[in-house]
Ligand binder design. Structure first.
Ligand code: MET
Ligand SMILES: [Zn+2]
Length: 728
């Protein structure tokens, strides 16, 4: 045992993790959830799969030698939703649903789901609690207690993990309800103590953002009050995704026994923590690289505390299960990788100060120097571009377009699986993709759309597809990470210098254009989004990595243009997601993110129309940056938020398509409501700059829904055009 880790009775175990993946190594939970939702399985069957996943996780963590096992890190959908249920914050309209939990998560026929948004700067989505004057907080501790008991039956004492009161209320915009909520947390602590629980973990990631004096006071109030409870487990407040900053002195002044500090993203603060246990997050939960023992030991050595516990920087839910599940990865890459299991082993090795046979850390040495990057020449000013594009494209007023993808049919997914399995040859696969493209083009022509898309049938995913065709990226076979509910993605691994060996999408876009006289837009994913939805190397600043990807996208834009495409869309739906949590770092990020986008697109001539697409209605925060992208046309999510966004974006001075069809719901919008959204748009902006389009890609919808909805979009747009003509 190393000198870092004195242990005394009642002290925190020497090693732990803040959380663990829960979808199952083979996405068992996904399948169980979908069977239950489709009525093919009972609730008991679903619960049995959940219990098995938890059991396997505890056995595995114990086998790997981890001392402090967490519980209640499992969720059937989302930990924020679980916390809402724990506190009784279930809106009345869901209570009579057959299954209120999933009604809140996914909606029912007559009921929209609760809002969902991204968890801090991750690609994980949580359910936003709805807290109103009618909300009556009332503890329901069944879930954490059941998990503690299940683990105990298996022979494990665990530390239940719950989202803390301050983060819960900040994300629910209801910090004024602190008093009532604290009463529930007090009751929870009493119940856990009665159950014989020694430690409880309250997650407070919101404390790594900028906090107002009132919010800081709430931190103090909350943990002074919970700490003052007579009978309770020892309290561990976990922070992650950055520095605690001004929240740390507040927390340190309360009686909580342990504080979790992210020492990967953040640094060891100067605050005196000699009276506390510090749970030191030295193994990253946000990347897939092996930890450098030297760096981790140096970080641990800098901690001055009563006890130092080795841990992960955040929950491991953001990384896949195990590198041992990846037979296809090159050995020199594989030996540098650590997913959840391997990271647990690292935590254990660090706690035991045992590094025999330690492997190379990180992507260092995997890179080769790239040729000097292109100098991005600028495009001309918008007015000149707009005139050139108008003369060339000859589009009607309020051009109608879509965001790129058309429904991904089961046959297509099956064909892709067969191609991977080797039971379908490349030629036959490509023929099927072309048939799909033709189908989408004919449909768009028949419906009367003006700017067509090829429908993206060749793409499994808008990031993975590009990663598969760029050098410097690896893709995994089983590296699934939960995005929300049953949805998972397999983020590619960007391990080396990025370059484009040859054209990627040109073949499909030119095929689509060959089928029609109407303009087809080429469809690319932007550099920020490709990087945001991948695991990236950590030996180069993020900015430089994004610029390398931007240069590859730039080559593709040029090739599309050279192949005769007059419009190219470069999507950046993740622009906001990478925004740093602290305001002080945001301007710098936005500056290079915008520069990267312009680098990717500015190789196009003035006559080529550049579109961009952003999703998520909270784009308000970064409007100036969106303007800075200088795209000729921006399509943006807004069908759900109504015309709220219009006042601000009117200042853009370029083309704008606020979505008029919410593709996130199976519902088909009526002609009148689309007309209403469009007429509000033409009232707010000059009509010649307005576009009519859905909110986002159509790939999760069915052809039936899409055809009906787009028919209504066309009818509504034609009515507005007629009104505009009559006024002219
Ligand atoms: C998440 S944004 C999606 C954009 C992409 N072009 C699509 O239509 O699917
Ligand atoms: Zn989108």
């Amino acid at each position: 045992m190393s000198a870092f880790f004195p242990s005394s009775p009642g002290s925190f175990p020497a090693s732990t993790v803040l959380g663990y993946p829960r979808i199952g190594p083979r996405r068992e939970l996904k399948r169980a959830l979908e069977s239950y939702w489709d009525g093919r399985a009972t609730r008991a069957e679903l619960d049995r799969v959940g219990a098995e996943i938890r059991e396997r996780t505890w056995h595995r963590l114990a086998e790997l030698g981890l001392d402090g096992l967490p519980s209640n890190t499992f969720s059937l959908y989302d930990q924020m939703l679980d916390t809402a249920v724990l506190l009784g914050a279930v809106p009345a309209r869901y209570r009579d649903a057959a299954d209120p939990y999933f009604a809140m998560a996914r909606g029912t026929d007559g009921l929209a789901p609760l809002r969902m948004t991204k968890w801090f700067d991750t690609n994980y989505h949580y359910i936003v609690p709805e807290i109103g004057p009618e909300t009556v907080f009332k503890l329901d501790a069944a879930k954490p207690l059941a998990e503690v008991r299940q683990a105990r039956e298996l022979g494990y004492e665990t530390r239940p993990v719950v989202v803390g009161p301050v983060t819960f209320l900040l994300l629910g915009s209801a910090l004024d309800r602190l008093d009532e909520v604290l009463a529930c947390y007090e009751e929870l602590l009493a119940a856990l103590a009665a159950e014989g629980v020694a430690w409880a973990q309250f997650d407070e990631p919101a404390l790594v953002g900028d906090r107002t004096p009132e919010e800081l006071a709430a931190v103090r109030t909350a943990y002074e009050r919970l700490g003052a409870l007579g009978t309770r487990p020892a309290l561990f407040v976990a922070s992650y995704f950055g520095d605690l900053g001004e929240s740390l002195p507040e927390l340190a002044a309360t009686p909580v026994e342990a504080i979790g500090i992210d020492l990967v993203r953040g640094r060891m603060p100067g605050v005196d923590l000699r009276g506390k246990t510090v749970v030191a997050g030295v193994v990253s939960g946000r990347d897939v690289w092996r930890t450098s023992p030297e760096r981790a030991l140096a970080a641990l050595g800098a901690v001055r505390a009563a006890q130092v516990v080795v841990s992960t920087s955040c929950s491991l839910q953001h990384v896949p299960y195990s590198v041992s599940d990846e037979p296809d990865l090159a050995p020199e890459l594989k030996e540098r990788l650590a997913f959840a299991e391997e990271k647990v082993a690292e935590v254990v090795a660090l706690a035991r100060a045992d590094f025999r046979g330690s492997l190379p850390a990180g992507p260092h040495g995997l890179s080769v120097a790239l040729p000097a990057p292109v100098v991005a020449e600028g495009r001309g000013p918008y007015a000149g571009r707009a005139a050139a594009q108008k003369a060339h494209l000859r589009l009607p007023a309020l051009p109608i377009t879509t965001i790129g993808s058309f429904p991904q049919t089961g046959e297509l997914r099956a064909a892709r699986a067969a191609l991977t399995a080797g039971t379908l040859n490349q030629e036959e696969y490509e023929r099927r993709v072309e048939a799909e493209i033709e189908h989408a083009i004919r449909l768009q022509e028949r419906l009367g759309l003006d700017v067509l898309v090829h429908g993206e049938p060749e793409r499994n995913d808008m990031v993975q597809y590009f990663a598969e065709h760029l050098d410097g990226f690896a893709v995994t076979r089983n590296g699934w990470v939960q995005s929300y509910g049953s949805r998972c993605t397999r983020p590619p691994i960007l391990y080396g210098d990025v370059s484009r060996p040859g054209p990627i999408t040109v073949r499909w876009s030119t095929y689509a254009q060959s089928l029609t006289d109407r303009p087809v837009k080429g469809m690319l994913t932007g550099p920020v989004t490709i990087v945001a939805w991948s695991f990236v190397r950590d030996d180069l600043p993020l900015r430089d990595v994004v610029f390398q990807v931007a240069d590859a996208v730039r080559e593709e834009v040029r090739d599309l243009e050279a192949a005769g495409l007059s419009i190219v869309q470069v999507d950046e739906p993740a622009l906001r997601e990478l925004l740093p949590l602290r305001r002080a770092a945001q301007d710098d990020y936005l500056e290079w993110a915008v520069a990267a986008y312009r680098r990717a697109t500015s190789g196009a001539s003035d006559r080529t129309q550049i579109h961009t697409h952003l999703c998520y209605s909270d784009a308000d925060q970064i409007l100036a940056a969106i303007d800075g992208l200088d795209a000729d046309v921006t399509t943006i999510e807004s069908a759900r938020s109504g015309a709220r966004i219009l006042g601000t974006v009117a200042a853009f001075g370029r083309g704008l398509g606020p979505g008029v069809y919410d593709i996130h719901s199976p519902r088909v919008p009526g002609v009148e409501e689309i007309e209403e959204l469009l007429s509000r748009t033409v009232a707010a902006l000059p009509a010649e700059r307005v576009w009519a389009n859905p909110d986002c890609g159509l790939k999760t919808r069915t052809y039936e829904q899409v055809e009906a909805a787009l028919t209504n979009v066309v009818t509504a747009t034609r009515r507005i055009r007629a009104e505009l003509d009559a006024q002219a």
